[in-house]
Each structure stands twice: as C-alpha cells, then as structure tokens.
Design a protein around this ligand. Structure first.
Ligand SMILES: Nc1ncnc2c1ncn2[C@@H]1O[C@H](COP(=O)(O)OP(=O)(O)OP(=O)(O)O)[C@@H](O)[C@H]1O
Length: 299
C-alpha cells in the first residue's frame, strides 16, 4: 500500500504539489491524470523516493520511502525520459539490475527475450525509441518489483507490444499483487487498466475515485414524456447536466442505476434509457460540476 498524506513540494518558490493526499491499495493500478505541468512527474518522482517532499508524508507499507534502500529494491520507476548507461548492452544493463534488485528473475529475462525479439547483446542506444521503451519494461518486469511507478509509459510503443506489455503487467498485479501507479494523458488507456483514478490540476488533487464507483455513480438518462413533465422530476434527480433535444431530455445524473430508475418510472416516460458513461464523459461532467472546464485539465 502506498500512502501519501498532505504532501507539499516546491521548486524554489514555486509550489508544485499542494497538500496532496491519496492512497493506492496493494495489488491495484492507479491512474494519475492531469494537464501539462500539473505536477504528475514531480509526484511520481517523490513517490519513487527520487525527490523529497517539503512537507507531508509518503509511505510504502507504512515506512517512509525516501532513502529507504530496502523499499527501493522492491520499487521500479520508469520515467518519461528513459535513462540507460551509454554504451551498455541489454545484457550488461541486466547484470547491473541483477546486482541491485534481489528478486531479479533470469529465467523471465530469457523468456521475455523470445517474446520481444530484441537482441540482448545490442547496445541500448542503438535501438529505436520504442524498442528502448520495450527494454525499460523488460528490465523492470524481470526485477519483479512489488511497486511499479510509470510516467507516460506506453508512448512510442506499437499497439501489439503495448498490449503485450500491459497484459504482463496486469498478470503481475493479479498473480503477485504488484502495485502500479501510472500517469497518462490517455483516458481510454486509463479506463482499460486502472482500478482507481486521480486528477491532478495545478498541484492539487481535484478528484480521486475507484473507477467502478465512479462509473456506477453517474449515468446518462434519455427521457421523453407524452405531456410536458413537471420540473419536480428534474429537481428530484441529482442533475449534473440537462438539455432538451426536440422532445427528448438528455440528463447526466449522479446516482445508482436502480434509484434513478425508480424515480423516473413514477412519471411514466414513453422513452427511458439509462446508459453508462465513458471515463472521458464522466470527467467532463464531474469537472464541470466542480467548476472546472475539462479542456483546461486534460488534453
Ligand atoms: N527540476 C525542476 N525545477 C524547477 N521547476 C520544475 C522542475 N521540474 C518541474 N518543474 C515545474 O513543476 C511543475 C510541474 O511539472 P511536472 O513535470 O511535475 O508536471 P507534469 O504534470 O508531469 O507535466 P507533463 O504532463 O507536461 O509532463 C511545472 O510548472 C514545471 O515547470
């Protein structure tokens, strides 16, 4: 479990993380969303123990991560800008990892080599950008980390490799309870793999929720009535958005499916559909509700 409590981080006088608190459960995948410059990389590097926060606490398994070598041996951070020792081959980099990470799995390294089809004796800087990213995941997953912190990890990977790497990652989460935090601008990707999501905006965490709760708590409702329905119904629903297209009311309603169905049914609608929302739609309406224009927050 990763626990972040009231974390503040400044670069000189600029406050980059402002009282951030969140929790990531063991064996789950947490998606961190946010605009450019929101503070995602800073937060991830602070969680990885690369930066130290100015105040607040960052704990993994209830121990502070900063300068904690035994925790760091179980955590891997893949940054958005990759770093490898120049002129090292994959094999040499793997030996380096083997010395640092006690749970290094040589057998897995050999198996993944066949699946990725990369030459371990080639110097890493001679690989393409996407291939270097594959190497980063290859090495990271063979170190068998309990915590994997990823900054925009899938950029530059082709769709086949992307799928392969995600499935290895998900397998590690399911089989050995690996905990993952991943920053992304891609809502679809986050929706596919994450259990919980948080949105960071100008250093503050605007929203943090379990993805299933988020989805089961907000619906798009399409309604039409024989006669004009009284305003009472709309006052009765927790509306985040309401518009009328012809005779059809399109409402974004907070609340569980059954509760909405029960309330609307009493008004005898002739058209009545309750539809789930995509993560992108949820964020648009949640953020609107919180008074933020979504285009300022996400790409
Ligand atoms: N080393 C640094 N020194 C000073 N300021 C920095 C440094 N790194 C980042 N910042 C500032 O901190 C703020 C947050 O940057 P950060 O890289 O954490 O954002 P981000 O959410 O990861 O952005 P992006 O989506 O663009 O990668 C920005 O205003 C940035 O200019």
């Amino acid at each position: 479990m990763i626990q972040i409590q009231n974390v503040n981080k400044r670069y000189r006088k600029e406050m980059v993380l402002n009282d951030v608190s969140l929790m990531i459960n063991k064996g789950s995948i947490y998606g961190l969303l946010g605009s450019n410059g929101a503070g995602k990389t800073t937060l991830l590097k602070t969680i990885a123990g690369i930066f130290k926060q100015n105040s607040g606490a960052i704990e993994i398994e209830r121990k502070a991560i900063f300068e904690n070598i035994s925790l760091k041996e179980r955590l891997i951070f893949i940054p958005d800008t990759l770093f490898f020792y120049s002129h090292y081959t994959v094999e040499q980099m793997a030996s380096f990892y083997e010395n640092i990470y006690p749970k290094w799995n040589k057998e897995r390294f050999n198996q993944m080599q066949k699946l990725l089809d990369l030459n371990p004796n080639k110097k890493i800087h001679r690989f393409s950008k996407g291939m270097q990213r594959q190497v980063a995941f290859w090495l990271a997953l063979c170190a068998m980390p309990d915590y994997l912190i990823l900054d925009e990890p899938f950029d530059g990977l082709d769709p086949v490799i992307r799928k392969k790497i995600k499935s290895w990652m998900i397998q590690d989460v399911a089989e050995r309870q690996m905990t993952v935090m991943v920053s992304s601008h891609n809502l679809k990707e986050v929706e596919d793999i994450c259990d919980a999501v948080g949105i960071l905006h100008r250093g503050k965490l605007l929203l943090e929720k379990d993805l299933d709760d988020l989805k089961s708590d907000i619906h798009k409702v399409q309604l039409a009535f024989k006669q004009d329905v009284s305003e009472e119904l709309f006052q009765d629903l927790q509306l985040l958005h309401h518009e009328k297209r012809g005779s059809v009311h399109i409402c974004i309603v907070r609340g569980e499916y059954e509760g909405i169905e029960a309330k609307v049914s009493t008004y005898d609608p002739v058209v009545f559909d309750i539809l789930p929302l995509t993560l992108e739609e949820i964020f648009i309406y949640e953020m609107e509700g919180a008074g933020y224009a979504i285009e300022n927050i996400l790409l």
